[in-house]
Design a binder for this molecule. Structure first.
Ligand SMILES: Cc1cc2nc3c(=O)[nH]c(=O)nc-3n(C[C@H](O)[C@H](O)[C@H](O)COP(=O)(O)OP(=O)(O)OC[C@H]3O[C@@H](n4cnc5c(N)ncnc54)[C@H](O)[C@@H]3O)c2cc1C
Length: 449
């Protein structure tokens, strides 16, 4: 009776993982997407970013050996690196469509979709019907409404930029701005970060953000905290950025990364009675919108948990199970790790260190200055630290890290927290030695109950 069992609006991580599960269970599935297949993460986000970031992480690590064996570090050629990024990332949408999607028999309609009624989507000049619809349309960057806003670039532009500007201003000191600024300063650019309050990366532990901000300052990044941009003017080849305080700076490139808003416009949500705001689509604990046969998945949901690729993937798998009726229980998120790819990285999972410190009645906080301990001197990462959060029954409930290896550390601790692992369970296992992961595991083992 319908063209498809399930139709996905969007083809990012919030869509295709669940779609594969549905196809394996015999459902007929299709996607509607007017942009590149694979969504933000694949084309304009995580994958492109980490590919560009990788050599910066190597060079940054090498710099710690100055005076103890490595006196000079190589320059990074941004234009050549960008060429490589395009070579790797540009084929991915076609590879996904012909590979994973094609093999599974999941067609893509290349158009933006709009709901006409609760079972029908207008996709270009086609009307497509489905028993269930999953809205997985993601988010777009916020752009401030100031004179000269047409000169402001966003993360997509940065991740596609052929030549690196000599002077660059970042509006915002959140994850994306701080990650990009970390690369920019390594390239020798004159870097200014303009932020409306006095705290960068406000969701991460203040003590670790300070380590990163101070290192970036030492390298030459100028942080203009408690400043907001009033206007941007073009003057010859440069841009004059004027702050509300009256201060001006001259730069060659202005990038705003102050937040992202849900892609809800033009979807026909009002027409079919789906509740939403600029934060996203309202869903119940089964990820159903106010219209029960229409779900929302990923960044487009109005949600408290972090809008990340792994949470989008988790939601899409949950929706598939719910449609297949193998799970009618409400969605229950495990602890979600967060990682910011600054140099060094900061990561955290579970109960935040800042929240735990404010609540000593319920939590104990243990800090381990592991960078100064013997096992890690191989990396000369003296500032590196772990902080663990325990509840009063001495269960590990949170952790934070500042280190080049924070991503690996946080994933190990996420596993230990989720599985509620104890000292004796970890003591029954043998791990490779001498590695950073061994160091983490042996330290946390000693602290567990
Ligand atoms: C610069 C940057 C770096 C990031 N780095 C990380 C990271 O390191 N780690 C991490 O976990 N997350 C990271 N993220 C976040 C991550 O990219 C998102 O959480 C993830 O992509 C969300 O997946 P999604 O499927 O919900 O949305 P998206 O991937 O955004 O996919 C939405 C899709 O819907 C399509 N669409 C929109 N409107 C319509 C419509 N009307 N009809 C049909 N299709 C439509 C879009 O074209 C798009 O393809 C980063 C994001 C950015 C911008």
């Amino acid at each position: 009776m319908y063209d498809y069992d399930v139709l996905f609006l969007g083809s990012g991580h919030a869509a295709w993982h669940g779609a594969l599960k549905l196809v394996k269970a015999g459902k007929k599935v299709a996607f509607v997407d007017g942009d590149l297949i694979g969504g933000t993460c694949t084309n304009y986000g995580c994958d492109a970013k980490i590919l560009l970031d990788a050599p910066f992480a190597f060079v940054n690590g090498l710099k710690r050996y100055k005076g103890i064996g490595v006196e000079s570090t190589p320059d990074i050629d941004w234009s050549a690196l960008m060429k490589y990024k395009k070579q790797v990332i540009s084929p991915l949408p076609a590879a996904l469509e012909q590979g994973i999607f094609g093999r599974a028999g999941m067609p893509v309609i290349h158009a933006m979709g709009k709901l006409l009624d609760t079972h029908t989507v207008q996709a270009g000049d086609q009307k497509v019907t489905a028993e269930y619809i999953v809205i997985a349309t993601g988010e777009h960057p916020v752009k401030r409404d100031v004179p000269g806003k047409e000169f402001i670039h966003d993360s997509r532009d940065f991740l596609d930029m052929e030549t690196f500007p000599k002077r660059i201003a970042f509006i915002g000191a959140g994850i994306i701005a701080m990650e990009f600024a970390s690369m920019a300063i390594e390239l020798g650019s004159d870097v200014t970060v303009i932020h409306h309050n006095d705290r960068a990366l406000k969701m991460y532990p203040a003590q670790y953000v300070d380590i990163v901000v101070n290192k970036m300052r030492e390298e030459g990044v100028k942080f203009d905290f408690n400043e907001s941009v009033a206007k941007i003017e073009k003057s010859g080849d440069e841009y004059i950025v004027t702050y509300e305080s009256g201060k001006t700076i001259a730069v060659d490139y202005v990038l705003e990364a102050t937040g992202r808003e849900a892609n809800v416009d033009g979807l026909g949500l009002d027409e079919v009675g789906i509740e939403y705001s600029s934060k996203g689509i309202k869903v119940n604990s089964n990820l159903q919108t106010t219209v029960p046969n229409i779900y929302a998945s990923g960044d487009v949901i109005d949600k408290k948990i972090p809008k990340l690729t792994p949470t989008a993937t988790f939601e899409s798998n949950y929706i598939a199970d719910h449609i297949l009726d193998t799970s009618t229980a409400p969605i229950e998120y495990p602890v979600v790790p967060n990682l910011v790819f600054t140099l060094p990285r900061i990561a955290q999972v579970g109960v935040s260190v800042d929240a735990a410190k404010k609540d000593p009645e319920h939590y104990d906080v243990v800090t381990v200055p592991y960078g100064k301990t013997l096992l890690f001197e191989a990396k000369n990462e003296v500032y590196a630290e772990f902080t663990f959060v325990f509840d009063k029954e001495h269960n590990l409930v949170g952790a934070a890290f500042v280190s080049d290896d924070a991503g690996m550390f946080v994933d190990i601790i996420t596993l230990i927290i989720n599985k509620k692992m104890t000292q004796s369970e970890l003591n029954q296992m043998i791990f490779a030695f001498p590695t950073e992961s061994y160091g983490l595991i042996s330290m946390v083992t000693g602290l567990l109950k």
